[in-house]
Write a protein that binds this ligand. Structure first.
Ligand code: GLU
Length: 297
């Protein structure tokens, strides 16, 4: 099996040193394994994606010395595949529509009987308000398109585990790097952990018709990715990705979550940290070798 990895930036701002580290690490590892390094443009957020940021991504990565096969996959060209997967999940009764906004969720999650709201990979763990109101018989009808859809994690658990036993392992993946708390090796999780620490995540967002989680899983499979190399900030989301892979009958790649590049105050870099933008270093006369040294490669 050929080693295949990818770098998957969103064209919503300039690439910074953290992106450079992630992309170069993946490129180096693919080269060392005689494998393939792919570039994928994650532009499902149409309100924030810009063509000029996409152009800048190609330009910065080429300047860093990275090469990838063409054509580059762009998520905005994959909406039909995302639709198909959502239809399948809908038909199997795994999704329900949700009309809550952020304020509703925060209020319901911090209601006195709920205690302190728990935070998962997508923010507050959804307290299930719309699930409780949901009439499953409607799942026989067509999937609603203009409303967010959540994955019913308890129902998903039943698909993952034939006889649902809440304390049994429902999924696992191989971590070749480490999570934020040093988690490494075989990472297994139970249905209880999923429902308590992740909950019913949104798989179809109102103005995207998909979500990061669904798209990334479908695209990694469609591109035959064997090794996902990405920042530690996505370690927690990996359990969601494994659940979706199992539900949709897709292979689970190996994962390598790497350390995050931080600023002098120890804060992880964000798109708005223009000071760390690769383009800024370039304009100031930095070299690709200098960038490597800066990020410790
Ligand atoms: N598009 C994501 C980002 O820019 C990365 C997705 C991934 O590597 O799984 O943070």
């Amino acid at each position: 099996m050929i080693f295949k990895t990818r770098f998957a930036p969103s064209p919503t701002g300039p690439l910074h040193l953290g992106h450079a580290y992630s992309a170069m690490l993946a490129h180096d590892l693919a080269e060392a394994e005689d494998g393939q390094f792919l570039l994928r443009i994650e532009d499902i957020d149409r309100s924030r994606s810009r063509a000029h940021w996409e152009d800048q991504i190609y330009d910065d990565l080429q300047w860093l010395g990275l090469r990838w096969p063409e054509p580059v996959l762009r998520q905005s060209d994959r909406l039909v595949a995302y639709d198909k997967a959502l239809d399948e999940l809908w038909t199997r009764g795994l999704l329900y529509p949700c009309t809550c906004n952020r304020k509703d969720i925060a209020a319901a999650a911090s209601a006195p009987q709920e205690g302190v709201p728990l935070h998962g990979p997508d923010g507050i763990v959804y307290p299930g308000t719309c699930r409780a109101k949901w009439q499953p018989k409607l799942a026989d009808g067509p999937r609603p398109k203009d409303i967010p859809l959540r994955l019913d994690m308890a129902v998903a658990g039943k698909f993952l585990l034939n006889a649902a036993q809440a304390d049994a392992v429902v999924g696992s993946f191989q971590e070749d790097g480490a999570g934020p708390n040093g988690e490494t090796g075989a990472i297994a999780f139970t249905l209880d952990e999923l429902t308590e620490t992740i909950g019913d995540v949104v798989l179809s967002r109102r103005d995207m018709g998909t979500s990061y989680h669904l798209s990334v899983v479908l695209d990694d499979a469609a591109q035959g990715i064997t090794h996902v190399i990405r920042g530690q900030d996505l370690f927690e989301a990996t359990r969601i990705h494994v659940v979706l892979q199992v539900l949709l009958g897709l292979p689970t790649p190996r994962y390598l979550h790497h350390r995050l590049i931080r600023d002098d105050a120890g804060k992880r870099l964000a798109k708005r940290d223009d000071a760390r933008a690769i383009s800024k270093y370039r304009a100031e006369g930095a070299t690709p070798v200098g960038i490597r040294a800066l990020v410790g490669l």
